[in-house]
Design a protein around this ligand. Structure first.
Ligand SMILES: NC(=O)C1=CN([C@@H]2O[C@H](COP(=O)(O)OP(=O)(O)OC[C@H]3O[C@@H](n4cnc5c(N)ncnc54)[C@H](OP(=O)(O)O)[C@@H]3O)[C@@H](O)[C@H]2O)C=CC1
Ligand SMILES: O=C([O-])C1=[NH+]CCC1
Length: 158
């Protein structure tokens, strides 16, 4: 039996990065990461290695966790006070929280922004609100998988 945490961190971020490579806006200056745990770090590493952003932002519920997250990094990352501040004007948004209720609202998001929605991987977990799910062009790797596991898809009814 092997601990799969390291592999999960890398391969999940890699899949998100592929989605961003194919679907992000042509001009993508601002990256926003919601969450400051293991997936936040692996997404930060992959996204900043592959793409060039002018600004990177992070938000999570506990500010001290954000501070710890940015303290490990060599490049400056802006710690945001709210999800709204963090995503406002962002071109690429990564959601890697353990939220079970929506934290991200359609009204805060720049038109055309690319969202890699990772965290809500259980049928009763949410990160994105219903309006966002309905207005977005939603891409999944597997329709069957998404309809069985993604709370954002199942509960929004898209
Ligand atoms: N789609 C996929 O393939 C995968 C999905 N995941 C999912 O991604 C998420 C992040 O994983 P990982 O980084 O490893 O987990 P960590 O435990 O390392 O980090 C979790 C993060 O979520 C935040 N958080 C926890 N609960 C809430 C909440 N109720 N509302 C808002 N933020 C919350 C924490 O912030 P704070 O401490 O500040 O509260 C922390 O930054 C998990 O939900 C995990 O199940 C993980 C791997 C693969
Ligand atoms: O695909 C995966 O490895 C995981 N999905 C949710 C937590 C871990």
């Amino acid at each position: 039996m092997m601990d799969g945490e390291a592999i999960t961190a890398i391969r999940t971020a890699a899949v998100s990065a592929i989605s961003a490579k194919l679907l992000r806006p042509l001009v993508s200056d601002v990256l926003c990461i919601l969450g400051s745990g293991q997936q936040a770090r692996s997404h930060y590493d992959v996204f900043t290695k592959i793409f060039k952003f002018k600004e990177v932002r992070v938000w999570s519920r506990r500010r001290e966790m954000c501070e710890r997250f940015v303290a490990d990094l060599e490049e400056p990352v802006v710690v945001c006070r709210s999800v709204r501040d963090a995503v406002s004007g962002a071109d690429v948004i990564v959601t890697v929280t353990g939220a079970t209720e929506p934290i991200l609202r359609a009204e805060w998001i720049k038109s055309g922004a690319h969202i890699a929605a990772v965290g809500a991987c259980r049928p009763d977990w949410r990160e994105l609100d219903d309006v966002l799910m309905r207005e977005a062009l939603v891409y999944v790797d597997s329709r069957d998988g998404a309809h069985a596991e993604s709370g954002d898809i199942i509960l929004s009814g898209v």
